[in-house]
Design a protein around this ligand. Sequence first.
Ligand SMILES: [Zn+2]
Ligand SMILES: [Zn+2]
Length: 256
Amino acid sequence: MRLTVVGCAGSFPGREGPASCYLLTAEHAGRRWAVVMDLGNGALGPLQRHADPMSLDAVLLSHLHPDHCLDLTGLHVMRTHHPGGPASTRLPVHAPAGAGARLARAHGVTAPSSVEETYDFRELRCRQDFVVGPFRVTPFRVEHPVEAYGFRVECRGATLAFTGDTDACPELTPLMADADLVLADAAFVEGRDEARGIHLTGRRAARAAVDAGGVQRLMLTHVPSWNDPEVCRAQAGEIWPGEVELARPGMVVDLG
Ligand SMILES: [Zn+2]
Ligand SMILES: [Zn+2]
């Protein structure tokens, strides 16, 4: 399983790249499968460097905040009006309830029918796993002001745990346990951001990964451009015993 960080800026696009978007690819049954986790503002641009958006196998949306889903609007235009012809199949989009209506509003239409001609929306349910080619995906309900999920993705013995946007919560333990890589929200800064129930800090992400047990690598992401990523790394390093990694746009990580 190959992870490509397409965008990792927190809350809005940053100077170096777009908001949340992670491409997962793996060879299976004679071809390369491609799944996108989140498609936040600006992500459809650089995604085209790494995969053909017309031939994605599925999109997973952690939640319906714009920095995680809004570029589905551009993908809808691409898949509908491409001069080479529209996409031949509806793209499965695994998302919280209401995704079709949410995207219809973004397009300025009242009914979700036009986006549902492009997308096959499938509602996420906590711990109800599903398979896309070589990937087994288990969503875990996490703590954020809207319905939000983290994704545990398993592929041929390798496990990636992506928290989406969340504060510390019990479901982080089964989400992260024994993962080869934890990709964790670290939008908040200890000592500055006192609100709870929204985001992890680097320190809280590291605590969750340590408590889950068996995690091999910790990578922080969703750092807004108004933060110093090195502060997030240092705060995680107070808890995490190994190297704390920082997601960067264009980064490629092979797992398994
Ligand atoms: Zn976010
Ligand atoms: Zn959010």
